[in-house]
Design a protein around this ligand. Structure first.
Ligand code: NAD
Length: 251
């Protein structure tokens, strides 16, 4: 394992590694969006220092938990609407346009990779997307603006108009099953990758954090770009510490 602590040195190394590769997979976490002003979970000022997560079982069991989940969702979406993709999002989008990137697998739900120009056929959102909502029973789509005005009008968590099931934002909560199609797309991309770059993830949330390990064992070079140490640093070929924006400055 090679640890690079100087972000400019890390930036040049990352550019070289990408230059020498043919099928790159990016795997991004909340840290890629903090320089756009969206807090992550596990940094010192991250969201978990201010609130506890709402587990899927609590969402299903309690209307109070559902209403709190919706309040958080609308607050998060307002933050995201005011944010812009940063230089790391833009650099990744440019590399996708250049044809070297097989997939951008993201744990993020903020839609900033789409807004930076990554097309949907290259984007794999393994934790869903906060800008959509669906019924947990029949999967009917629900418009978020309508959900918000219904909650304001009735004070109740919305039920599906088609089947009466619970409506939930299309984000994977803790304890909720992973989306099968997205995980299959992620695994297919990883099998083909010769370089796997994990960016801005504490690599602590499973099963997402098992993807870098799968890439390493299927033969890809593994690079981790993150400010703090992660549990997978020991198996990485290169660990680039420092600000993600700075590490992506040469890309
Ligand atoms: P995490 O909060 O566990 O870890 C983020 C990591 O990024 C930390 O280790 C931190 O050191 C690093 N980091 C933060 N800003 C950085 C910067 N500017 N430069 C370098 N490193 C930086 O996030 P995670 O691993 O993605 O897992 C948390 C879960 O939270 C994911 O499932 C994700 O869906 C969700 N989440 C998403 C968003 C979003 O969509 N923007 C925001 C918060 C949480």
């Amino acid at each position: 394992m090679n640890i690079v602590r100087d972000p400019s040195e890390g930036s040049l190394l990352l550019a070289d590694l990408i230059g020498a590769s043919h099928r790159v997979v990016f795997f991004t976490g909340a840290g890629v969006s903090t320089e756009s002003g969206i807090p992550d979970f596990r940094s010192p000022n991250g969201l978990w220092s201010k609130m506890k997560p709402i587990y899927y079982d609590e969402f299903v069991a309690s209307e109070e938990a559902r209403l709190e989940d919706w309040r958080r969702r609308f607050r998060f979406n307002r933050e995201v609407a005011a944010a812009e993709p940063n230089r790391a999002h833009r650099a990744i989008a440019k590399l996708v346009a250049g044809g070297k990137v097989v997939a951008v697998i993201t744990q993020n739900i903020d839609g900033l990779h789409q807004r930076s120009g990554v097309p949907s056929e290259h984007l794999v959102e393994i934790h869903g997307n906060a800008t959509r909502a669906a019924c947990l029973e029949c999967e009917a789509h629900h418009d978020l603006a309508e959900v918000e005005s219904e909650i304001a009008r009735t004070g109740r968590a919305p039920m599906c108009r088609a089947c009466g099931g619970l409506v939930k934002s299309a984000v994977v909560s803790f304890g909720q099953a992973m989306p099968v199609r997205a995980m299959m797309r992620a695994e297919y991309a990883i099998e083909r990758a010769d370089l796997f770059v994990a960016v801005g993830s504490s690599l602590q949330v499973q099963p997402a954090a098992s993807l870098p390990m799968a890439a390493k064992y299927s033969g890809a070079n593994l690079v981790i770009v993150n400010r703090d140490p992660t549990p997978l640093d020991a198996i990485a070929d290169h660990v680039l510490r420092g600000s993600i924006g700075e590490v992506f400055s040469a890309i």
